[in-house]
Design a protein around this ligand. Structure first.
Ligand SMILES: NC(=O)c1ccc[n+]([C@@H]2O[C@H](COP(=O)([O-])OP(=O)(O)OC[C@H]3O[C@@H](n4cnc5c(N)ncnc54)[C@H](O)[C@@H]3O)[C@@H](O)[C@H]2O)c1
Length: 427
């Protein structure tokens, strides 16, 4: 395979995770030839890492596009609220894209991205990393082989760990739908709604209902004398959500927490962190963080072929994991993603017994521990370079048209949650 050339737009956490593939493959499969980021230190840090020439470092997409740099694809890993605007500029300039999820919170924009890509003949691969994980890929294979017959129902649970929920959705970058454009379902579970559609084969989602709200991290639940910021709160030593505990003592998700200080992580001192928490949302009382994101939500979906699916997402659990139970006409699949194995039960009773056969499929040996998401980040890039090189598509490759239905489920679920109605999906 020829070595592909890529540009990175948005050189933050996710962008670097994908582009590190160039380093893992020692430049044999991928070379990063340009970087775009308005933050000078982020731009230079990434450019140095990937050996990008000075003249190919840009602070805006406009400058990058004007230079007409040749590359096989662009990784767009900007934040949720600017995916549409940035993707459209790159599509109009004729670049193929790896585009981070969620694509956008607006249906009209979603369909516009799909339309524009088609018109320009641009390939878009959406970062639904879970499709690439050995766990879900093996489940898809079992379904495709017909081992459980026709899918009749899917139960899915996503448990968002306490540290992740607090740091991303209570205090962090996704704490407010109004500010970042994504609610919790869109930001966290468009992967799960995507899996629902992918695993269920050719059928499409038709009707959706959903319930959920923010019940725990609200100001009414704060102790009466709690202060706005944790550092001077009388409960700082006893509150399990104190940012002094979570961010100074435990230093959860450090890259994300200290990102707004605007310096390379290893150069930030403890004193700077202490000062930062006195005025940033990361230092605020969890009950009074100003966020508007739900803390649990469920979604029920009916598909055109009559099969059904449900997803329950709970923010702030002791252990982060996903569970799936699929029942088909001839068998079942059941397992926790975090365990990297699942059961396949088949309804073939042996004589005199009423027991299904049970096979355990263990995928733990297939995980490449580079990047995260149970091996999904690395496997996505492995498949992406082959996809953009024109060397075929794996079963996991999620083109823009494949990602539409998962997003439409989220939009319908949010409408249902807010109006109390069952919402019919219409593209
Ligand atoms: N696929 C997944 O499983 C997964 C997991 C986590 C996050 N995400 C998504 O990945 C995206 C990036 O998240 P992140 O944590 O890396 O964010 P980040 O804040 O670390 O990175 C975003 C970068 O974009 C830069 N930027 C801002 N405006 C820009 C512009 N106009 N042009 C170019 N660059 C610009 C910022 O300076 C920043 O460096 C988000 O949409 C997030 O929801 C996806």
């Amino acid at each position: 395979m020829k070595t592909l050339k890529a540009a990175l737009v948005g050189a933050g956490k996710r962008g670097k995770i994908y582009c590190n593939y160039a380093l893992y493959t020692e430049g044999k499969e991928l070379e990063i030839v340009a970087v775009v980021d308005p933050l000078k230190f982020t731009l230079d840090e990434a450019a140095e890492k990937y050996g990008v020439k000075e003249e190919n470092r840009f602070s805006s997409i406009e400058e990058f596009v004007a230079k007409k740099i040749e590359c096989d694809f662009v990784v767009n890993a900007t934040m949720d609220e600017i995916h549409y605007e940035t993707a459209m500029k790159l599509i109009n300039a004729g670049y193929n894209l790896i585009l981070e999820k969620p694509l956008t919170a607006k249906k009209a924009e979603l369909l516009e991205i799909e339309r524009a890509a088609k018109e320009k003949g641009v390939k878009i691969l959406v970062c639904h990393v879970l499709r690439y994980t050995p766990f879900y890929r093996a489940i898809k294979k079992v379904i495709n082989e017909g081992k459980i017959g026709k899918v009749m129902s899917m139960e899915m649970h996503e448990h968002v760990g306490k540290y992740h929920f607090l740091n991303s959705f209570v205090r962090g970058k996704w704490h407010s739908e109004q500010e970042c454009g994504s609610g919790l379902l869109l930001a966290k579970c468009c992967h799960d709604t995507d899996l629902m559609c992918w695993l269920n084969g050719e059928t499409v989602p038709e009707k959706v209902s959903s319930f959920g709200s923010r019940s725990h991290f609200i100001k009414e639940n704060a102790p009466a004398d709690a202060t706005e910021y944790c550092y001077n709160c009388p409960h700082v030593k006893t509150c399990i959500y104190s940012s002094q505990k979570t961010n100074l003592e435990c230093d959860w998700m450090s890259y994300q927490t200290w990102q707004r200080i605007g310096k390379p992580l290893d150069s930030i001192t403890y004193e700077e962190k202490v000062e930062f928490l006195k005025h940033d949302t990361y230092g605020k009382c969890a009950y009074n963080s100003g966020g508007d994101i739900v803390d649990r939500q469920n979604v029920s979906v009916e598909f055109a072929n009559g099969s059904i699916a449900s997803l329950t997402m709970i923010g702030g659990c002791s252990k982060e994991d996903r569970f799936i139970h699929i029942v088909g006409t001839e068998g079942e699949i059941k397992g926790f993603w975090g365990e990297n194995k699942f059961e396949v039960l088949r309804f073939q009773w042996s004589e005199g017994l009423y027991e299904p056969t049970k096979e355990i499929i263990d995928v733990s040996q297939n995980i490449v521990n580079k990047g995260g998401h149970g091996g999904g980040d690395y496997a996505l890039m492995q498949d992406a370079v082959r996809f953009f090189a024109g060397e075929g598509e794996s079963v996991s490759v999620t083109k823009i048209e494949d990602s539409i239905n998962g997003h439409l489920i989220v939009y319908a679920a949010e409408e249902s949650r807010k109006t109390g109605k069952i919402v019919k999906i219409e593209k």
